[in-house]
Design a protein around this ligand. Structure first.
Ligand code: PMP
Ligand code: GLN
Length: 385
């Protein structure tokens, strides 16, 4: 985690958000919405504070939220989950990932298969756990893994297969074929699947298919999600795990010494959110789909080659047309605020240094902003020509 000078560099999200604040540029870098989520959820948190829900909640999470998470898994996916033994509330998906990886890695020989590019915390957490990262490439522009590469990566040394669907930073959703192959390989090599589903309600065309719903998958899958994206409450840091009871027990053993418990008044509020009518969830996905299309059209008009996301906050664009001979997307992103007043994130931030060459011209833009903001950013980007 240390750089050549022996210091810990700030994450790319912190660096780019600081640049946005310093320059006044439009921040299409870090993925967070610029509007509040459902009033019922916000009101429920205020009510909980007024009602005195302000002390340590139970270690597994408050029963009202654990029940709501189990009911959500049943309602949307037909997955039966025992709220007493198979649910754990965490400090966002980040703590869920940390506790899961730290709990389930057994030794330095253990391999963790990840899809690259990957959310930056994955490689850091694998390093903290002292395990080995085994990346499988997601190639531009469709970002689906090659099945043969997947079969080569998953072996008897594989302890965890870490997936993220819909995917940050690419916006891809795994094909049914890829999902089936992951489960087949996990069963054959007795690996545990860890799935980061934080964008589960931000899928544009179809409904999200959790890998735990595939035959044979539920008993070896740790499913992780977060309220942050679904309810536009990224600052509340309420996430959760659903998994077989023995895995939850192992993960709780670590989680209790990471944060012990999390945000009491936010827990009943998120329980209210999870029980909102279907129209809320479909409406949220449809609104984001429109923003994402607007962003894609703006980037295309500005002269970028653009990939077509199937979900998530993000769109990937190729900035090759705007790069000088020795420049890459990281140079481009560092200069972009001063050049046109927009912040974005280079894809190389999500790729190991040894393999960054194939992603060196690609840039991630966040679409979770007001349409007027996306329109203004598009206009500014058009000045690049
Ligand atoms: N996983 C992915 C794929 C993400 O994009 C994010 C960013 N929000 C997280 C995990 C972290 O989620 P949280 O803020 O709930 O910790
Ligand atoms: N998940 C968001 C992103 O990818 C924010 C992450 C963060 O700031 N750690 O932009």
């Amino acid at each position: 985690l240390l750089d050549a000078q022996g210091t810990v560099a700030p994450t790319i999200f912190a660096e780019m958000s600081a640049l946005a604040a310093a320059t006044g540029a439009i921040n299409l870098g870090q993925g967070f919405p610029d509007e509040d989520g459902p009033t019922d959820v916000l009101d429920a948190a205020r009510a909980a504070i007024s009602a005195g829900v302000n002390q340590y909640p139970p270690g597994l999470g408050m029963p009202v939220l654990r029940n709501a998470i189990a009911a959500h898994q049943q309602r949307f996916y037909g997955l039966p989950v025992d709220p007493e033994r198979e649910v754990l509330v965490t400090a966002g998906a980040t703590e869920a990932l940390a506790a899961t990886i730290l709990a389930l890695v057994e030794g330095p020989e253990d391999e963790i298969v990840v899809f690259e590019p990957y959310y930056d915390a994955y490689a850091a957490l694998v390093a903290l756990a002292g395990a080995r990262l085994v990346p499988v490439a997601l190639p531009w522009p469709h970002f689906q893994p090659d099945l043969e590469a997947l079969a080569r990566a998953i072996t008897d040394r594989t302890r965890l297969i870490l997936i993220n669907d819909p995917h940050n930073p690419t916006g891809a959703v795994f094909s049914a074929e890829v999902r089936t192959e992951i489960v087949r390989l996990a069963e054959r090599h007795d690996a545990i699947i860890v799935t980061d589903d934080v964008y589960e309600h931000l899928v544009f065309e179809e409904r999200h298919v959790p890998i735990a719903t595939l035959p044979g998958a539920a008993e070896r899958t740790v499913s992780i999600s977060s309220a942050g994206k679904t309810f536009s409450t990224t600052g509340w840091k309420i996430g959760w795990i659903t998994a077989p009871a023995d895995l939850v027990t192992a993960i709780v053993a670590v989680k209790q010494f990471l944060t012990y418990v999390n945000g009491a008044p936010f827990q009943p509020a998120i329980a209210v959110g999870l029980a909102l009518p279907d129209a809320f969830f479909t409406g949220t996905a449809e609104t984001l789909r429109r923003k994402s299309e607007l962003l894609g059209a703006g980037l295309h008009a500005a002269g970028f080659a653009v990939s077509r996301p199937a979900g998530s906050y993000f769109t990937v664009a190729d900035a090759a047309a705007f790069l000088g001979p020795d420049e890459d997307a990281a140079d481009f992103c560092r200069a972009l605020p001063a050049r046109v007043g927009v912040v974005a994130i280079p894809l190389t931030a999500f790729v190991g240094a040894e393999r960054s060459a194939s992603y060196r011209t690609l840039v991630r833009f966040a679409a979770c902003k007001k349409p007027s903001v996306i329109a203004e950013a598009s206009e500014r980007l058009a000045a690049l020509r």
